[in-house]
Write a protein that binds this ligand. Structure first.
Ligand code: NDP
Ligand code: HEM
Length: 486
């Protein structure tokens, strides 16, 4: 007997031929009864799910989070207890590029993590920068439209980007970081990850704290210059996917030191910056970073589509001990991601192996496309048949806190030192080296010199950077040839 494996249809029937369609005579027309051909062609037409509306191009791997320090005084979350080891998945990405876009374009990098905890999934869907371009979700789709392609020409347009940014002064901090060489990392292994938002932590006694996450690369930061990044785009558009995959294959497992900043709950009210404003960091002199553990990537996916393309991360996936803050951007994202997954993957996206939690699920949601998890019986609550019951109120109790106020459409109440330019100015003045500054100027000038950027926009670009720092604005003016004696 032959030991060859026999190809089959998806239904397991032996394949009649891998090369020849069924026809009426060798030269005749094909037959509708050739269900094997039809299954192949029909399935091929359905090989794609829609690409993510943002962060379409990416790659990922599995790893483990290990907690080495005792932070039980701040959170009761089981994954953050000393000695805990939690399996996790990460997906790194660029923001604006489509599925085939080069990995090395200037862009923030997505840093989306899923932790498979015993209390269900905890997702931390961050970026490689600690801040973001805007502070209200109302502006998110407009912001993204300005970064992607024009409706008329289907071309990217740097004028749209600078138009939006210069009319949105809250973007100055994130655009500053983007225009340094950190906007073009050499690999995903050589960049930090940030939860970016402020989150709520609460301990077993119900005491509350605000927290920010920093995943600091143990490989060291490595960036490309603008010219190197452009060369890398031509040489290998998939450089970052390849780099991560080959590093893990050769046993060179990248790791990150996991740090947090902790703010006692009551200090938020009169902190000098609004601690929930996503365009701001918490300066280290106020809230130093505390190391709590290490996160290591050690396993590549076996099926890119099943495990990475269909991976679904959602900032709304919290476990007891962790909750949302009133950051308006985070609040908007709590809705947006599960909604995106229901559209992109389908309503049962949480039943896919990569997304399903590792603990047992006893949900009263059932049926819908591609269901295979058994529903609980009975399928309604309350019931008298001993069906699953809600968690004890103490489990989630710590996340509650009081709020009051008029219903308004309003900017945040300003805190003492809130200013869109103060923190990017600190970056320019205190943090960047002379070389970093030189590259930042070159990168801005290169970007804003694109032929489509109008004279009016260029003037606003200069003003925007002068607001960050006069020297920076003057150098940009010189580079762009804007002659406005300031
Ligand atoms: P610190 O001097 O204590 O911290 C500066 C931070 O900047 C460090 O986290 C440093 O860590 C990071 N950094 C260093 N070089 C660069 C660079 N080229 N691009 C981006 N980040 C860099 O000062 P403060 O906490 O008072 O922050 C000052 C400014 O630093 C902020 O306004 C912000 O722009 C920037 N920053 C602050 C962070 C924070 O959470 N406080 C985090 C990241 C940036 P590392 O070199 O390891 O990245
Ligand atoms: C992806 C919306 C802000 C990080 C996405 C997706 C949507 C979205 C719809 C695609 C999801 C999918 O199809 O799988 C929003 C909205 C925002 C916002 C409405 C603001 C209101 C942010 C911020 C960050 C961020 C502030 C980081 C701090 C990411 C990442 C991904 C992503 C990393 C890719 C996740 C993955 O790898 O699957 N976002 N986003 N987003 N977003 Fe956001």
């Amino acid at each position: 007997m032959s030991d060859k494996r026999i190809a089959t249809t998806d239904g397991g029937n032996p394949a009649p031929s891998l090369e020849h369609s069924q026809s009426v005579g060798p030269n005749g027309p094909l037959l509708l009864q050739d269900h094997y051909l039809i299954q192949k062609m029909a399935h091929f037409n359905r090989e794609r799910v829609p690409e993510r509306v943002v962060h379409a191009k990416g790659g990922g791997a599995y790893g483990v989070l290990e907690i080495t320090e005792d932070v039980s005084q701040f959170t009761k979350a089981k994954l953050f207890q000393k000695g805990a080891r939690t399996e996790s998945l990460v997906r790194f990405s660029t923001v604006a590029g489509e599925l085939g876009a080069p990995d090395t374009q200037r862009d923030p990098r997505g840093f989306a993590m899923k932790f498979y905890t015993e209390d269900g999934n905890y997702d931390l869907v961050g970026n490689n920068t600690p801040v973001f371009f805007i502070r209200d979700p109302q502006k998110f789709s407009d912001f993204i439209h300005s970064q992607k392609r024009r409706a008329d020409t289907h071309l990217h347009d740097n004028n749209m980007q600078w138009d939006f940014w210069t009319l949105s002064p809250e973007s100055a901090h994130q655009v500053s970081l983007l225009m340094t060489d950190r906007g073009t990392p050499q690999s995903w292994r050589h960049m930090h990850g940030f939860g970016s938002h402020t989150f709520l932590w609460y301990n077993a006694a119900g005491e509350k704290f605000w927290v920010k996450y920093h995943f600091k690369t143990d490989q060291g930061i490595r960036n490309f210059t603008d010219a190197e990044a452009k060369a890398a785009q031509a040489a290998d558009p998939d450089l970052h996917i390849r780099d991560l995959r080959t590093a893990i294959d050769r046993g060179d497992h990248p790791s990150w030191t996991v740090n947090v900043q902790i703010m006692p709950f009551e200090e938020a009210a009169d902190y000098r910056f609004n601690p929930f404003d996503l365009t701001k960091v918490w300066p280290h002199e106020d809230y130093p970073e505390i190391t709590i553990g290490r996160w290591t990537l050690n396993r590549n996916p076996e099926n890119y589509f099943a495990e990475i393309e269909q991976a679904s991360f959602e900032p709304s996936a919290f476990v007891p001990g962790i909750g949302p803050s009133p950051d308006k951007m985070l609040q908007g994202r709590l809705f947006s991601y599960p909604d995106a997954h229901r559209y992109r993957i389908g309503p049962n996206y949480l039943q896919l192996p990569v997304n399903q939690p590792k603990n047992p699920v006893h949900s009263y949601n059932f049926d819908g496309p591609m269901t295979y998890r058994n529903p609980s019986d009975p399928v309604y609550a309350p019931n008298s048949a001993g069906g699953p019951v809600a968690a004890d109120p103490s489990v989630w109790a710590g996340e509650s806190y009081g709020v009051a106020g008029e219903i308004v459409r309003h900017a945040y109440e300003p805190h003492r030192e809130d200013d869109d330019y103060a923190q990017p100015r600190a970056l320019w003045e205190k943090v960047l080296s002379d070389t970093d500054r030189d590259h930042m100027v070159t990168n801005i000038v290169g970007h804003a010199s694109a032929p489509e950027v109008t004279a009016d926009t260029k003037k606003r670009v200069v003003e925007y950077w002068r607001n960050v720092h006069k020297d920076l604005g003057d150098r940009v003016a010189k580079g762009l040839g804007v002659n406005d004696a300031a």
